[in-house]
Design a protein around this ligand. Structure first.
Ligand code: GAL
Length: 469
């Protein structure tokens, strides 16, 4: 029941979800500041991350939690507009630099490795005003920001995630418009953003590779949201095709260019092109990479970062009316099994993670895999006893062990989401993913461990499930 020696155990957070201090010490506004301040019930009870867990001033409390768990890795994100208030290196906010320096130094002093995300959904508003991820100019802006971070923190940070879940982000922010800037561009915006996100990642990877790697010796990659898709009927050839399509549209569309050959999957390209023709577009709604761009994009991931929460069932469904939207292009109907327990959008299917690890191994040439997020919300908001939730984690760890031992996947690190209860995007504070409860009514924002925190600490101490039932 033991994990390989040196296996990494972490927990993750993200700047906007925990920091607060939204305008403290010269921080510029991000799109999430704008979006939440506009109200309009797009976020649960119009809640905001203005204060959140207060981690901007309470970092030392977070460190206590991290030490209590005994984490070997801590994953957090940098707020771009805290460092560069207008998104450009024209003005650097030293107070922001100091804040992250302190976090990094404290972690290292305690033997904890930082995994640092450069972009976790909170674009500086000033860059959104110039078109955000829909505009090609973002590529240069992101690369400059990334270089600034490598230069400033890279002497100590060795594990970088450029973009958090670009696949989920492009869909939510620019196709559906449910995340800021909040304007839907059904069927076009998601792909346009995807195109720029992929190029921006690749550019910054090259910057690291040519300017910093030799000296800093770190690794740079990006993390994907991966929901496993299972055929609704495992014996149906058409359902099998449906499940493959879901993986292709949601994961491979982003991962194949970066980890394989610089280009989108053929099946996805032809499907979107055909659908676009049917809808009267002169060309495909999915942009094309030039040959030069393909060369630039190919091979720009130093490890494969997986974020797993949920699984779905897939069945083909013709888009007869030609409905517009990235979610309709695959012509697949998504459902879930009535026997699966769910907490909001998370269906508890521990075996889905093993299937994903195997899929990544087989599709992407056995890369080193880091799980940079996985978790479940706590169902009972009134209790610190989350025994039930811990049972889900335990089952996940068993599946990881099967993946490592039976499928021989090269899994290096596991990070749970999340260290703390936090601002869960459009769900505000109604969804609790932390190992530590945070009281958002109390100005002191006390952190109190759930029962699962003790259990996770035990797993980390034993490097596995040893001694547990
Ligand atoms: C992920 C996201 C995290 C967190 C998590 C749980 O998609 O990266 O920031 O919110 O979902 O909802």
């Amino acid at each position: 029941m033991a994990f390989p020696d040196g296996f990494g155990w972490g927990a993750a957070t993200a700047a906007y979800q925990v920091e607060g201090g939204w305008d403290a010490d010269g921080k510029g506004p991000s799109v999430w500041d704008t979006f939440t301040h506009q109200g309009g019930e797009r976020v649960f009870k119009n809640q905001t991350g203005d204060v959140a867990c207060g981690s901007y001033t309470l970092w030392e409390e977070d460190l206590k939690c991290i030490k209590q768990l005994g984490l070997t890795h801590y994953r957090f994100s940098l707020s771009w507009s805290r460092l560069l208030p207008d998104g450009t290196t024209g003005f650097i906010n030293q107070k922001g630099v100091d804040y992250y320096n302190k976090i990094i130094d404290d972690l290292l002093e305690n033997g904890i490795k930082p995994i640092v995300t450069l972009f976790h959904f909170d674009l500086p508003q000033a860059l959104e005003d110039k078109g955000g991820w829909l505009s090609e100019t973002i590529i240069e802006s992101f690369d400059k920001y990334a270089q600034f971070c490598f230069r400033t923190f890279g002497d100590r940070v060795k594990l970088w995630i450029t973009l958090n879940e670009p696949n989920m982000f492009a869909l939510m922010a620019y196709d559906l418009g449910r995340f800021p800037p909040g304007v839907p561009h059904l069927g076009t915006g998601g792909y346009q953003a995807a195109h720029n996100l992929i190029k921006a990642h690749a550019r910054s990877w090259h910057s690291y590779d040519s300017l910093f790697r030799k000296e800093q010796k770190g690794l740079v990659s990006l993390s994907f949201f991966i929901a496993w898709a299972e055929p609704a009927d495992p014996n149906s050839a058409s359902d099998q095709e449906a499940a493959k399509r879901v993986m292709a549209f949601h994961l491979d569309l982003f991962a194949k260019p970066i980890f394989t050959d610089g280009d989108y999957p053929e099946g996805v390209k032809s499907q979107i092109a055909a659908m676009s023709t049917k809808q009267g577009y002169a060309s495909s709604r999915l942009p094309e990479f030039t040959e030069e761009e393909k060369k630039m994009i190919k091979g720009t991931g130093d490890f494969f970062a997986v974020q797993y929460y949920t699984t779905c069932l897939a069945r083909l469904k013709e888009n007869k009316k030609g409905e517009l939207g990235a979610l309709y292009d695959a012509e697949v109907e998504i459902s879930t099994d009535p026997s699966w327990v769910n907490l909001d959008w998370v269906y508890v299917v521990p075996w889905g993670i093993r299937k994903i690890l195997k899929y990544v191994k087989e599709t992407y040439n056995n890369p080193a895999i880091y799980i940079t997020e996985n978790g479940f919300p706590h169902s009972d908001l009134t209790s610190l006893d989350d025994t039930q939730r811990w049972e889900y984690f335990r089952q996940i760890f068993q599946e990881l062990l099967k993946g490592i031992q039976l499928d021989e996947v090269n899994l290096k690190v596991y990070c749970a989401w999340s260290l703390l209860d936090n601002f869960e995007w459009t769900q505000g504070y109604s969804s609790r993913f932390g190992f530590f409860h945070v009281d958002f009514e109390d100005p002191a924002r006390p952190r109190v461990p759930y029962s699962s925190a003790k259990e996770y600490a035990k797993v980390i101490r034993n490097n596995g499930l040893e001694g547990q039932k």
